[in-house]
Design a binder for this molecule. Structure first.
Ligand code: ADP
Length: 462
């Protein structure tokens, strides 16, 4: 094996590390190992698997600063946010350490009497976990945690842009007692070829993927050959609704969090601000003030609040959306031209609903604001605009009217609704989407189900 690839600092393109660029042959060997180890790993005591996860939680937590620095270096986010990711990512380990010992079955007397209907849960088998670059630790622990708890062996393929955190985390798992071969890390720039080869083998039983909708669709099609089970966490286009009766300062705080966490490079990121006419001007000017004051710079520097975007290509994409909106009649309240990979936080108003920025995932620090009418008719219009997207991951609403909270949260076609909060991600909650945002849920009580099959035993009382 001679090929390698470089991992770059998104701030300046400096080489952070050079890694082996593995191919189909190595991926296939990893699958052999995963298949060979599956039965023994599935047979371990649930408490043993839980304790490994619990020790991993303690280790990651005790090394939070080291992990935060590595995440910040390879992904670009400010250190404070990287620490937040470490805390969030570690919680999946603690949560699933607790879930490992709560895998239940059931017992039912058949309705006609006689036989008993028993169910048990078994690990689905060897799994492939494909993660994106935006949360290098949390996207890994969110999949690895339940896979370990359930008793699956796994191949983890981190994004080629940010594989270093996953490599360090794999070392932590080994230190925590994870047996050899249960988890293998596939570092590669050949995502398509290696994934296709792995999925062509019927012994791989599941793929959990977080990434773009386009790649997700290709994987869904590819799973048909061997009917692998799937979890698909794909793109988003989150609406952020602010009604006239909202606590405006709280709404602005929530908007800043929902927009600027991860520089806007999150699938839950607020993409479309829909604001009722009575508060629209005030909301826009407060947002422009807050966004315009953010300090942009290298993630590791003191006081920096907005790091670089991940690549030049990402910067060009965000700039293209802003330019298109401006050409379509939007006004820019703050922002400007990017400098290298650093994109200035931008607020746009008068954004037409058919501008590309209203339809496509921005993945950058840009807040487009659209106004909807005051009064009761406004609520229906807000809901219509919010649902007018192919995506359905996160959504947010600020209002103090309890009836509206019910109507809106029931009417929003999204997997997650934040009410008076700009942050929905929580390891104890089911994270996932509908429509083009995919299917399956990560975290919460159902998160482990993605890694379990149900076997039913009909037992006759003879
Ligand atoms: P993004 O646009 O955010 O980088 P991608 O969907 O391209 O999202 O990438 C998410 C993850 O999917 C990364 O780990 C990437 O390497 C991987 N990936 C990209 N293309 C494929 C593919 N054809 N098959 C399997 N994995 C892929």
């Amino acid at each position: 094996m001679s090929a390698t690839f470089d991992v770059l600092d998104p701030a300046d393109g400096a080489v952070l590390a050079t890694l082996p660029d593995l191919g189909v042959a190595e991926a296939t060997e990893m699958l052999e190992t995963a298949v060979a180890g599956q039965a023994a790993w599935a047979a371990t005591a649930p408490r043993e698997r839980g304790e490994i996860l619990r020790r991993a939680f303690d280790l990651v937590t005790s090394r939070a600063d080291e992990f935060a620095r590595l995440i910040s270096l390879e992904m670009g986010k400010p250190l404070a946010e990287a620490r937040g990711e470490v805390a969030y990512g570690a919680e999946f380990l603690r949560w699933f350490s607790e879930e490992a010992v709560r895998i239940e079955g059931s017992w039912l007397t058949a309705p006609a009497g006689g036989s008993r209907l028993l169910t048990m849960k078994k690990p689905v088998g060897p799994v492939l976990l494909i993660t994106p670059w935006n949360f290098p630790l949390a996207m890994a622990t969110r999949k690895i945690g339940p896979a370990i708890a359930a008793g699956c062996t796994m191949i983890v393929k981190p994004a080629e842009l940010t594989p270093l955190t996953t490599i360090e985390f794999a070392k932590v798992l080994a230190e925590a007692g994870l047996p050899d071969g249960v988890l293998q890390v596939l570092t590669t720039t050949h995502a398509k070829e290696t994934t296709a080869a792995l999925m062509a083998d019927a012994r791989l039983r599941k793929v959990s993927f977080t990434g773009s909708t386009a790649v997700g669709k290709a994987l869904v099609a590819q799973s048909a050959g061997n009917l692998q089970r799937l979890s698909m966490e794909l793109g988003g286009n989150a609406p952020f609704l602010v009604f006239d009766d909202a606590n405006l300062d709280a709404a602005v705080d929530g908007a800043m969090l929902a927009k600027m966490r991860n520089m806007g490079e999150a699938c839950t990121s607020a993409n479309r601000f829909l604001v009722q006419a009575g508060v629209a001007e005030q909301f826009a000017s407060k947002m422009a003030e807050r966004m315009g004051a953010l300090r942009v710079g290298r993630g590791q520097d003191d006081g920096v609040e907005v790091g670089p975007l991940i690549t030049g290509k990402a910067v060009a994409g965000v700039k293209g959306l802003v330019d298109d909106a401006l050409a379509a009649g939007a006004r820019r309240l703050c922002g400007g031209e990017p400098d290298g990979n650093f994109f200035p936080p931008t607020v746009l108003v008068d954004v037409p609903a058919d501008a590309r920025i209203s339809r496509e995932e921005i993945f950058g620090p840009v807040a487009p604001i659209t106004v909807f009418p005051s009064g009761d008719a406004g609520e229906a219009e807000a809901l219509r605009l919010a649902n007018d997207t192919e995506y359905g991951l996160a959504s947010y609403v600020y209002t103090r009217d309890i009836g509206r909270v019910l109507r809106i949260s029931e009417g929003l076609q999204f997997g997650m609704v934040g009410v008076n909060t700009g942050l929905v991600s929580n390891p104890a909650a089911p994270f996932g989407g509908v429509k083009a945002s995919g299917f399956g849920r990560e975290g919460g009580f159902t998160g482990i189900e993605e890694y379990l099959d149900t076997t039913y035993v009909g037992l006759a009382a003879d």
